[in-house]
Design a protein around this ligand. Structure first.
Ligand code: ARG
Length: 654
């Protein structure tokens, strides 16, 4: 039973009566102003729409609020209603109502969270790494955010289809094909193909980077020289005492100095790549001076159906899949489909034909392009040389998801740098006729290192995901051993695994997804603060309390105990428990799992205060003890369920 929706439902008819010709969106935006209060001295919920209505109707907001209070029936739901300030309505929910909701949450498998009445088919495009190269830290975001969104949608009754849209057809295959043809260590390949292919990828990458850096070095040096000249020019300007101009000059100098500094960094990087290259490798690189062109040629041959390359691709792909599957298994993430780019390749020609014949795609400089209003550059769907591109495959994917899966909504959990690609893709798809399906780019920021720059290893490489998981687990294991030196080793390892992975996932999920975040093992594994570790320990503590009193959350569900409030904090805990339901709704408004994290953190904190102030063992009566046990049981179930929705495991004992 949702408290928030109950309040909204009661206010809705009154608002509709006030604004006679309002459409649903207008009413909904007013109802969105019904919110939980920030501070419980204002009650539990606040209705804040009188101010907006006042403006619209030209009436004093306080009078509107008073009118609403008179009209809306609240006496059974609220113990107190209050008109405050310029026109706020503060509502304090009736204790009996809270208790009734709590009892129904306790007896319900789903903790009282209602399922949607109109389930939608939601396709979630997540993880989607380019295979044949190792997964890196950037892939964790799409995988865990996408998985959490899938779990949450499923939990409230939507039909979810997760699809890992692998990049399995790109240049990286040209690289391993080239690597295999030129550098394979056959014995190593026979023994461990996954490892050898990964070595080949890295080897060819280094050679390509060596040449790219060699090419860019003079360009970058020249650019730096130009920037220095520009700086000298600005510095030489004499503006006398013209304050405005002097200010501008200072700004320009600063800007140019920053540009030069970052150019110097780039030059140092290029120089390091060339000069710091292992001499043996540098010799090989020089022998393979046309590697970049050759890799593209191998890729093109694969795409054109060359038998040798196609056979190699068929041989390599299963090994590449095996390589990433190991990580998914560790993360506990499953997909309904893994339809990579290769799956769509034989449909691309006809899609380009279709778009051409219906006039959406036109030729420009030999390439086929979709020109879109509001975008400077067109979306290219076939290159001059006949090759199809990333957007072409994505168009085919949309067709497939709508026609085969009847998608109502598609979420693309992809890096923010692809913003433009998705804007164009969605616009083109709508013109193509896919305008019923809702398409959203659930974008996310970059994982940063301590230095505030994208997270890299000391050597400047991207951080491999597997190493990250190992490190998180081993650090969590060290904490587990410290906390429980006498525990069996296998249990300690299990704790290390669950706590380490939980910390890693939660560190990502608890950030507002659109911002960049700083990666820190210490922070993510902290026992205090908004971390999975804190929540897992809190949850284990509740289990401990219950088991000391010979019960557990599951058996508590079968006893219909009355809930009693003797201390304010008991009621606060109860209210927080009831807000689980509305939190889930909130998460799905803008696809923000961090709101669920915040909720769970608040819950664990209220629980800690409750436990501090309200003894369970020494409660003054059996009735009070039973009530407190019920609050403990529901807290634990809510933590377990909430963490589970985030893809994080709980432990009964840590
Ligand atoms: N493979 C792409 C990359 O690594 C991401 C794919 C995202 N999904 C999509 N349908 N375009 O950049």
């Amino acid at each position: 039973m949702k408290l928030l929706s109950e309040i909204k439902a009661r206010f809705k008819p009154a608002l509709e009566a006030l604004l006679e010709n309002a459409d649903t969106a207008q009413i909904d935006s007013l109802l969105a102003m019904v919110r939980p209060t920030q501070d419980d001295k204002f009650g539990d919920y606040q209705v804040n729409c009188a101010m907006a209505l006042g403006k619209k109707l030209g009436t004093a907001p306080r009078d509107i609020a008073a009118g609403l209070l008179q009209q809306v029936k609240l006496d059974d739901l609220c113990a107190r209603t209050e008109l405050a300030g310029p026109g706020f309505i503060n509502l304090t929910i009736n204790d009996n109502w809270i208790k009734k909701c709590l009892s129904s949450a306790i007896s319900d498998d789903r903790l009282g969270v209602e399922q949607v009445t109109e389930p939608r088919t939601v396709v979630i495009d997540l993880s989607s790494p380019n295979v044949a190269k190792p997964m890196h830290v950037g892939h964790i975001r799409s995988t865990v955010i996408g998985d959490a969104l899938a779990n949450i949608h499923r939990f409230i009754g939507h039909k979810v289809i997760t699809d890992n849209h692998l990049g399995d057809w790109g240049t990286q295959f040209g690289m391993i094909i080239y690597g295999y043809k030129n550098f394979v260590d056959q014995a190593a390949y026979e023994k461990n193909p996954v490892q050898e292919l990964s070595r080949l990828y890295k080897y060819v990458r280094v050679i390509m980077d060596f040449h790219a850096a060699g090419r860019k070095l003079p360009e970058a040096t020249e650019l730096k020289q130009k920037q220095i000249e520009a700086l000298e020019k600005v510095q030489a300007q004499d503006h006398g005492d013209n304050k405005g101009k002097l200010k501008q000059q200072k700004k320009d100098i600063q800007r140019l100095k920053e540009k030069i500094a970052s150019q110097e960094e780039a030059i140092a990087d290029f120089r390091n790549t060339v000069e710091g290259c292992d001499p043996e490798l540098a010799t090989v690189a020089l022998e393979h001076s046309s590697v970049e062109r050759e890799v593209l040629a191998e890729t093109a041959k694969l795409h054109e159906g060359d038998k040798e390359n196609r056979d190699l691709w068929d041989k390599f792909l299963p090994f590449c899949l095996q390589d990433i599957q190991r990580i998914y298994d560790r993360l506990g993430v499953k997909f309904d489909f893994i339809l990579g780019e290769s799956y769509y390749q034989d449909q691309l020609a006809s899609i380009v034909d279709e778009l051409t014949s219906n006039g959406l795609a036109t030729e420009s400089d030999g390439a086929m392009c979709v020109f879109l209003k509001g975008f400077e550059a067109p979306m290219i769907i076939r290159k001059k040389d006949g090759a199809f591109l990333y957007p072409t495959t994505d168009l085919a994917t949309i067709k497939h998801r709508v026609e085969e899966w009847q998608a109502d909504s598609m979420l693309y959990v992809v890096d923010h740098r692809q913003h433009d690609h998705f804007e164009k893709l969605f616009a083109a798809s709508r013109l193509w006729g896919y305008n019923e399906v809702e398409m959203t780019h659930v974008s996310f920021g970059t994982v940063m290192g301590d230095d505030g720059k994208p997270f890299k290893t000391r050597a400047g490489d991207t951080v491999g995901l597997e190493g990250l998981l190992d490190e998180a687990e081993s650090r969590a294991l060290a904490v587990a051993i410290e906390q429980n030196p006498n525990l069996e080793e296998s249990r300690q390892h299990e704790i290390g695994r669950v706590v380490g992975l939980g910390a890693l996932k939660y560190a990502d999920l608890s950030q507002n997804r659109t911002s960049d975040y700083k990666f820190s093992y210490d922070k993510m594994l902290a026992l205090k603060g908004n971390t999975a570790t804190y929540l897992q320990y809190a949850n284990a503590r509740v289990h401990g309390i219950l088991s000391k009193l010979d019960t557990d959350a599951a058996s508590l569900r079968n006893t219909a105990d009355d809930i009693v409030f003797t201390e304010t904090v008991e009621r606060q805990l109860a209210m927080q428990l009831l807000r689980f339901d509305e939190t889930i709704d909130e998460v799905l408004v803008e696809y923000k799992p961090n709101l669920l994290c915040n909720y769970l953190f608040d819950l664990a904190q209220v629980f800690a205060r409750f436990f501090d102030q309200c003894s369970v063992r020494d409660a003054s009566s059996v009735e009070l003890q039973r009530s407190r046990l019920q609050l403990c049981g529901l807290t634990s179930r809510t933590l377990t369920c909430g963490l589970g929705l985030l893809g994080i495991e709980s432990l009964e004992r840590i």
